[in-house]
Design a protein around this ligand. Structure first.
Ligand SMILES: Cc1cc2nc3c(=O)[nH]c(=O)nc-3n(C[C@H](O)[C@H](O)[C@H](O)COP(=O)(O)OP(=O)(O)OC[C@H]3O[C@@H](n4cnc5c(N)ncnc54)[C@H](O)[C@@H]3O)c2cc1C
Length: 127
């Protein structure tokens, strides 16, 4: 493959996909290169901080934990959180982020392709 792009994003993790989302329908041609076939899965607790509100993830894709039980010195403490802890599976997060940029006229995604080297504005890959 020998093409020119304004922006090449290496890695379709949360950062790369959000970066592409910010460029959606802009005048920049964007290529995302991801080494894996499936976008999303990762060893991760999937905890979402309040900053993740900026991603507008639909509630039905997340789980909320409002109650915490702590055992300490043989005593049980029941805590109800004002701001419940939210989690999401990384596969669901990746696929949700992907859905937001699918069919964008200026964004292409190259999966199953690992970046080997970057040199003088050129990105070299291993298929
Ligand atoms: C055990 C564990 C638990 C965690 N729990 C939480 C949590 O609860 N909440 C939270 O917010 N964060 C958690 N994190 C941190 C979170 O996983 C990272 O902050 C987040 O994944 C960073 O996103 P990213 O897009 O920068 O990188 P990544 O998610 O690492 O994405 C990078 C992408 O680039 C691809 N890639 C890498 N190298 C190449 C290459 N050479 N060529 C092509 N593609 C490439 C990878 O396949 C991957 O898809 C946890 C992390 C770990 C390890």
């Amino acid at each position: 493959m020998n093409n020119k792009y304004d922006v090449i994003i290496i890695g379709a993790g949360p950062a790369g996909l959000e970066c592409a989302h910010q460029l959606k329908n802009s005048d920049k041609s964007v290529l995302i290169i991801e080494k894996n076939e499936i976008i999303g899965p990762k060893i991760c607790a999937g905890g979402l901080t309040n900053l993740a509100n900026n991603f507008y993830i639909p509630e039905n894709k997340t789980r909320s934990f409002a109650k915490q039980i702590i055992f300490l010195n043989k005593k049980q403490y029941n805590i109800t959180l004002v701001n419940p802890i939210k989690t999401i599976s990384r596969l669901d997060l990746g696929q949700y982020q992907l859905s937001k940029i699918k069919n964008s006229r200026n964004i292409q995604i190259l999966k199953n392709t690992k970046v080997k080297e970057i040199e003088n504005n050129k990105v070299f890959t291993i298929d």
